[in-house]
Design a protein around this ligand. Structure first.
Ligand code: FE2
Length: 228
């Protein structure tokens, strides 16, 4: 398996490129519109055909590159079940599996940041956590369909119950972190350690974060796969 972590500096978003080296087929998770040309060039240089673009959720902080990549490559666009999207070719619900050669992608429903968020568990080893769980943090819950209590349940009951050695690759990082493990986050994530559900809700409801600069255009555009 080929696995690459790609980064969009402007929105601090991680995009993941995963490919079966034998079949030369690839999928991208959470591509960013401004990085599409670079993604396309990388696929070309590696001799890979893009089969799928997957979204962990409908983003509010950047415009997705999935629609443009579909136009360029003919790939299929897969979004979480119940996401308010009209442009997808397919949906992934909890425990649903997508296979690409030797790559097995299992969706884990992890609502809370948005109500249709999923994490993707790759070959039972690599967990793409989207904005449910960050390295020493988590996604915010104060807009779109966010709900801190639901996020607490998703992280503690669905993600923290995976094996400790599971690699955690988040949807964003604002501090230069690249990878963690479930064991590490269970032990050291300050949003969750020592906090029960109610304390977590209080914490999340008092973060007072500014809205992402692209929220208005991004949510609207992402419901159309970035094609506006
Ligand atoms: Fe997000």
């Amino acid at each position: 398996m080929l696995f690459r972590q790609l980064f969009d500096e402007d929105s601090s978003t991680y995009t993941y490129l995963i490919a079966d080296r034998t079949l030369k087929q690839a999928l991208l998770v959470d591509p960013v519109l401004e990085q599409v040309e670079g993604n396309y060039q990388l696929l070309d240089e590696l001799g890979l055909t893009l089969e799928y673009c997957l979204e962990t959720h409908i983003h509010a902080d950047h415009i997705t590159g999935t629609g443009k990549l579909r136009t360029m490559t003919g790939c299929s666009v897969i979004v979480p079940e119940n996401a308010p999207v009209t442009c997808a070719d397919g949906f992934m619900g909890d425990k649903q599996v997508l296979k690409l050669g030797s790559i097995i992608v299992e969706a884990i429903a992890t609502p809370g940041h948005t109500n249709s968020h999923v994490a993707y568990f790759i070959n039972q080893k690599i967990l793409l956590t989207g904005d449910a769980l960050f390295i020493r943090g988590c996604g915010r819950t104060d807009f779109q369909s966010g709900d801190p209590g639901v996020l607490y349940d998703s992280v503690t009951q669905r993600l923290f119950t995976l094996p400790d050695e599971t690699l955690v690759y988040p949807g964003h990082d604002y501090n230069g972190n690249t990878v963690s493990t479930i064991g590490e986050e269970k032990q050291s994530n300050p949003r969750f350690v020592g906090r029960d559900r109610l304390q977590f809700i209080t914490l999340m409801n008092n973060l007072n974060l500014p809205n992402p600069k692209k929220i208005k255009e991004a949510v609207f555009a992402n419901q159309k796969c970035g094609n506006v």
